[in-house]
Design a protein around this ligand. Sequence first.
Ligand SMILES: Nc1ncnc2c1ncn2[C@@H]1O[C@H](COP(=O)(O)OP(=O)(O)O)[C@@H](O)[C@H]1O
Length: 353
Amino acid sequence: MTLGQTTLFQEKLTQGTMNATFLQFPNGSFNSTDRCPRDTRITHLVFPVLYTTVFLAGMLLNSLALWVFFKIPSSSTFIVYLKNTLVADLVMTLMLPFKILSDANLGPWQIRAFVCRYSAVIFYETMYIGIILLGLIAFDRFLKIIRPFGKFCVQKPIFAQILSVLVWLFLFFLSLPNMILSNKEATPQSVKKCTSLKGPWGIIWHKAVTYVCQVIFWTVFALMFLFYVVIAKKVYESFRKSQSKDAKANKNLESKVFIVVAVFFVCFAPFHFARIPYTQSQTNSSKIDCAVQNQLFWAKEATLFLATTNICMDPLIYIFLCRKFTEKLPCVRKTGRTSQENHSTQTDNITLS
Ligand SMILES: Nc1ncnc2c1ncn2[C@@H]1O[C@H](COP(=O)(O)OP(=O)(O)O)[C@@H](O)[C@H]1O
């Protein structure tokens, strides 16, 4: 295939004007890797070190959380969502060593093909499972505050269990084609860009998944913000009604409630800003300058690292928001409550578990 044919092919593909028979191209390969080599100087050195740190911290914190959660029965929707978040974070953490080895060029080049086809896909899949679960946690807290003693059917643990399974299944079936359609022969050169392992349908699915995941993230973020505004208002009102003079405890609780939204935004928003232009550069590379393509790749890698740090942040949410979790921590001593703690606990009953 000549360069001109390749460009025409890519243009037709991205404009969606090519039919299915056309898509089965003679040698099946249009590869932008050669025309725009990926600059991996930064990702090759800095990121493996950073990811190793996050991997070790993530393993430590999430293993501790796993040990604590084994002792807590899944008696509420809140605990069910937290346990699912923990499993998603653990799977995400276990995918990191493959990325570290591949980015640092340690081990055979085939590791990079494994990352593109499997471990990166599972990594993204669990990231979005975690995002949806954090949204469900906010929803659960919201329901608890508008109906503290009410039992909507959505407040029963069995509902949370079914919903969690559906979330796992949805993301699994959304991601599976990204694995199956990365079926082109891998070479040391082609594995540098995961899209080079995909045929036309693989590229189309990759792009579609990116957009679906954008919708998931921004919807969850907007709803989460709304839920926590209502929660904070109720917390504030409950303090006013109890005529508390303890401004410090009030402030603490407000910040405690907003920490989830803040962590969520700081970790995930930059990645979602960077992801769309990067996906454009992956799927429409002929129209984008090579230097820009590399800059977008760095932006995506840097923001993806920020998103990955969430696996260390979630255990903080367990500590901040789940009293049952904190009580089971080995370092927490059971002492008599002070009056301020008693007051916080009153509000905890309304807002937190
Ligand atoms: N949100 C997502 N959900 C599931 N799989 C994804 C998602 N985003 C990307 N992938 C898949 O993960 C692999 C790595 O993608 P990407 O990070 O874009 O590649 P690269 O490492 O070349 O920048 C690809 O197979 C891609 O299709």
